[in-house]
Structure formats: structure tokens, C-alpha cells
Design a protein around this ligand. Structure first.
Ligand code: UTP
Length: 279
């Protein structure tokens, strides 16, 4: 049984890199093959034992709440037909999870979005999934891998991946010393550094495990890069007071907030879909 039961999904961003698709539709609802990004994220949280799902939404994001609710008309329409099987997974999610929502009324950054979610989390450790980073774990999901590390060290953990130097400016980047295979104690972290100033090429991706004291740290974190309250800045403070770990996860990540990553994910999951059809 997992010690962490809650997972927060910051999903209030505008998704400007994916316009015009995201003009009236949340980017988390973009489908990879036949499933929206947010559902892949919720399935990963469930696999890690986190059945209590909190979603930070914004204006124009109602489709997210509708997706995780029963659609009586639809149920009625397809009941007893061959298409019923297509709803099996989402029915199970609706049954097994509890969903709660809060709105971030101004887009003041990921740190601010996480702070907005405090009301859904309370004083417990929690997972964070940015659903536009679609992760495929090697043996188990990335959040499951991180929950195991949390059980051992009980501190904030960020997932990292090696990226080419010329891409570090898109990410939070860490410096640290390796504690065990793939687990680093963070000594420094910088949001979207210039390649010349980057402490490494270990980039933070959209999976975190956070302890609730992070909310107090975010509250005292001034806006940083792009005038936004950055979770990276709050975690940098946390790293000086307490331990923060970075974990090089086993698996693959697709940045579905970008067209290239989204198409990569679609190709990957289409192969799996085709295998399942022919099985
Ligand atoms: P991104 O910067 O990748 O997402 O934020 P975005 O702003 O939606 O997309 P672009 O860059 O305009 O295309 C990372 C994550 O943090 C959330 C986003 O929803 C995304 O999941 N976020 C970001 C918030 O919830 N609120 C914010 O104020 C900022």
C-alpha cells in the first residue's frame, strides 16, 4: 500500500504551443490515439496507489471534469452494443478514484498552480503530474518508481532526464551528487538556464513528489523567470533547508505540449494499439 494517496494535476496553462487546437479545448484533453493525455496521467497515478486526484483547472477547462464523470446519455446509447468495451477503463477510473477541482484564476506559474492546489491536498505528501509530459515507465510507471524512493528518503523528489545541451533552456536543470544509482541529492537548480550557465544537462520533467512544507516555501517565493512563481525556485530553497532528490527515471517521456513530442507519443501508442488489435 502506498503511503501517498493524493496526486495533483496542474492543468490551468493556456497551451499556447499547441494553438489553434487548444483555443477552446484544454491541452490535457488532446488524445494520443484514443485516450486524452489527462487519462494517461490519472492511470499512472492510480498505478502508484494515488486514487485521490486533485486537478487545478482554469477557464475553459470544463471538459476535464466532464471526462471524469458519468455521461448518462452516452451510457444509455451504447449500453449492450459492441462499443461498450471502449468505456471500460474510464468507468473503472470514475469508480475507483475521487476527483476534486479548484481553479487557478490567474496564470502565475507552475509554483502558483501547485499552491492553488493546497486546498485539495492539505498536510500530506503528494504526487504531481503534468499530464502534457506523457511518460512510459520501463517496468512500472514513473510515479510508482518515485513513490518507492519517497518511502526510503521521505523528502521532495523531482524526476529528471538527460537532454541535449542546446535544449536545457526549456527546463529546470539540476546539479547534484549521486546518492545511489540514478538518485541525486540536489545542490542547485535553475529554471530555464542559458546553455552556458546550466549546471548540467539533467532536466526536470513533469513528475514530482512533494512534502506539504513546500506550500509554505512557495508562499515566500517571489516570481522568477518570465515573472512566474516557479516550483524550481521553491525547490531550490527547499534544497538548502532540507534534502531534495532528483531521480533519473527508467522509461521514456514525450513532451506532448510540443508538436514533435505529441507526434512521437502518437506513433509509440499507435504501435501498441495495433499490437493489441492483432492480439
Ligand atoms: P507549460 O508552460 O508547459 O504549459 O506549463 P502551458 O503554459 O500550458 O503551455 P505553453 O507553454 O503555453 O504551450 C507546465 C504545466 O504547468 C501548468 C500547465 O497546465 C502545464 O501542465 N501550469 C503552468 C499551470 O497550471 N498554471 C500556470 O500558471 C502555469
Amino acid at each position: 500500500m502506498s503511503m501517498i494517496t493524493k496526486c495533483l494535476f496542474p492543468a490551468a496553462g493556456y497551451g499556447t504551443r499547441f494553438l489553434p487546437a487548444t483555443k477552446s479545448m484544454p491541452k490535457e484533453m488532446l488524445p494520443v490515439v484514443d485516450k486524452p493525455l489527462i487519462q494517461y496521467g490519472v492511470e499512472e497515478a492510480m498505478e502508484a496507489g494515488m486514487y485521490n486526484v486533485g486537478i487545478v483547472t482554469g477557464r475553459g477547462k470544463r471538459a476535464l471534469a466532464d471526462h471524469f464523470d458519468v455521461s448518462y446519455e452516452l451510457e444509455h446509447q451504447i449500453s449492450g452494443t459492441s462499443k461498450e468495451g471502449l468505456l471500460t477503463d474510464i468507468r473503472r477510473i470514475i469508480n475507483d478514484c475521487t476527483f476534486s477541482y479548484t481553479r487557478q484564476s490567474e496564470m502565475k506559474g507552475l509554483g502558483h498552480a501547485i499552491l492553488t492546489g493546497e486546498t485539495l491536498i492539505g498536510r500530506e505528501p503528494f504526487g504531481v503530474i503534468l499530464a502534457d509530459d506523457l511518460c512510459v515507465g520501463e517496468d512500472k510507471g514513473v510515479l510508482s518508481q518515485m513513490a518507492e524512493i519517497y518511502a526510503k528518503y521521505r523528502c521532495c523528489i523531482v524526476a529528471i532526464e538527460e537532454v541535449p545541451r542546446e535544449e536545457v533552456h526549456k527546463y529546470g536543470v539540476i546539479a547534484g551528487s549521486e546518492l545511489e544509482d540514478g538518485v541525486y541529492v540536489v545542490s542547485n537548480m535553475v529554471e530555464k538556464p542559458d546553455p552556458d550557465d546550466a549546471p548540467s544537462n539533467l532536466a526536470i520533467i513533469g513528475r514530482y513528489i512533494l512534502t506539504p512544507d513546500i506550500f509554505d516555501v512557495i508562499r515566500e517565493t517571489p516570481p522568477g523567470r518570465n515573472g512566474e512563481v516557479q516550483i524550481t525556485d521553491a525547490l531550490q530553497t527547499q534544497a538548502t533547508r532540507n534534502m531534495v532528490l532528483a531521480y533519473r527515471f527508467k522509461g521514456q517521456r514525450f513532451d506532448c505540449g510540443s508538436v514533435e513530442g505529441f507526434v512521437g507519443a502518437t506513433n509509440h501508442f499507435f504501435e501498441r494499439w495495433r499490437e493489441a488489435q492483432s492480439a
